[in-house]
Write a new protein. Structure first.
Length: 436
């Protein structure tokens, strides 16, 4: 079907694919970030009330970490099906799974009602969330990238699924902001549940949009030529292990910093700095809005300046910015704190925007969903998940954000080295099979 498409038809399907991947990604990240925000604000109090504030926070972030442990598992499961049965069907399944898990989180009884079983249920649902989001990213990137007919705009095109992240972050924080303004203890009693329950409506919208798109031309070609791999996950681990490992390590600086800036900040700001939670929520909201512009821009820049050069520059800037970030936070000046939180995602986006293209371009087409998903999600268990836990422990030991900045600086160095060792296929043809 795609072989006889006119340029106009192909362009129309490309736009639909970009919209479907971006909106679907935004909905899934709304679900994931909603949990992240609630972890720093309410879960320690609701599910671990018998622990002191620090221990309760560590316990809440430990459940938060479970979602990251599940992400590589989701990458393997859905990577397999994405390379076996197609990108479209797999993305519909990830969205459905993620949405149901998030909805049921809103129904979990707290410690006051069923004791420790509330935390157990929360852990199970968080794990299911991680499975869903683990399979989402690779498919959404490929859905957009594999409909493109040109090699010259892949960085820009694949930045749009990345664009779904700040959209999801905005939706999550807006939902929390709306209900955190409830009078008295209403937010802690029932208000926190409503944003989770509302996610089911967003999932319905996402499913409607994704059901209306076609399979990508790349996968259609693989099917027609009978090149679909029977065991893609095992095959990509066998053929391209270096790319999987380097992709994960390349993300360490970006991902650790992101979850410090968007999740740990609520614990650090409210507990350590005694700042109003709404000030921090509003700062993260502004940061997410700025990403509306910075993500497409840096994706576009990577097509012209080079994927690796843009990414590596971003990692360096992000590592240095981390020290400025915590120095300003420790000033205890509300206006300055709001400002630094508001601009925090701009340096992050310089590496995050070209990341989809950088990683996906590293893998051969018939193993691309599995390889890109595994490489991307490896960072979840070594960076994203542990970051708030490590930051909390460092804060407890050293009593200053400078220790957290040093940790983020080390993460940036790891990313810089790993990215330097990845292949750079900016503007190169990636439609044919290749080994590395």
């Amino acid at each position: 079907m795609t072989a006889v498409m006119s340029d106009a038809e192909h362009s129309r399907h490309l736009k639909r694919a970009i919209v479907a991947s971006t909106i679907g990604t935004a909905i899934e990240w709304y679900d994931f970030f909603l949990y992240s925000t609630m972890t720093g604000l309410v879960f320690a109090k609701l599910f671990f009330p018998q622990s002191d504030p620090l221990t309760g926070t560590l316990q809440a972030f430990s459940i938060y970490f479970v979602g990251f442990i599940a992400r590589p598992i989701g990458a393997a499961i859905f990577g397999h099906f994405g390379d076996r049965i197609g990108r479209k069907s797999t993305l519909i399944a990830t969205l459905f799974l993620m949405g149901l898990a998030t909805f049921f989180i809103g129904l979990v009884p707290t410690y006051e009602t069923i004791g420790a079983w509330g935390a157990v249920l929360l852990t199970i649902l968080r794990f299911i969330q991680g499975i869903g989001v683990g399979g989402e990213w690779g498919g959404s990137i490929l859905l957009a990238m594999e409909w493109s007919k040109t090699n010259k705009h892949r960085g820009f095109i694949t930045s749009w699924p990345q664009f779904g992240v700040p959209v999801g972050l905005i939706l999550a924080n807006l939902a929390v902001l709306a209900f955190s303004s409830l009078a008295g203890d209403a937010f802690f009693e029932w208000g926190w549940r409503v944003p989770f329950l509302l996610s089911i409506a967003l999932v319905g919208v996402g499913l409607y949009i994704r059901l209306g798109i076609l399979e990508t031309p790349t996968f259609a070609k693989l099917t027609a030529e009978k090149k679909v791999e029977k065991t893609p996950v095992l095959e990509v681990i066998k053929r391209q292990p270096k790319e999987i490992i380097l992709s994960g390590l390349a993300r360490v600086g970006q991902q650790a910093t992101f979850y410090i800036f968007t999740a740990f900040i609520f614990t650090y700001g409210t507990v350590q700095l005694k700042m109003e939670r709404n000030l921090l929520i509003q700062g993260v909201l502004v940061a997410s809005m700025l990403s509306f512009f910075s993500i497409p821009f840096f994706g576009w820049l990577s097509d012209r300046w080079g994927r690796k050069r843009t990414y590596m520059t971003g990692v360096v800037v992000l590592g240095l910015f981390s020290f400025v970030y915590f120095a300003v936070l420790d000033s205890m000046v509300p206006s300055l704190i709001f400002l630094i939180v508001a601009i925090s995602l701009v340096p992050h986006d310089m590496s995050y925007a070209p990341q989809g293209a950088l990683i996906a371009e590293s893998f051969t087409p018939r193993l691309r969903y599995s390889g890109a998903s595994l490489g991307y999600q490896v960072a979840s268990i070594i960076a994203g998940g542990p970051a708030p836990i490590i930051a909390t422990a460092l804060l407890d030991k050293y009593k200053t954000g400078f220790a957290v900045a040093v940790y983020l600086g080390i993460c940036a160095v790891i990313s810089l080295i790993a990215t330097a060792l990845l292949p750079d296929r900016t503007n190169k043809d990636i439609s044919a099979e290749y080994d590395s």
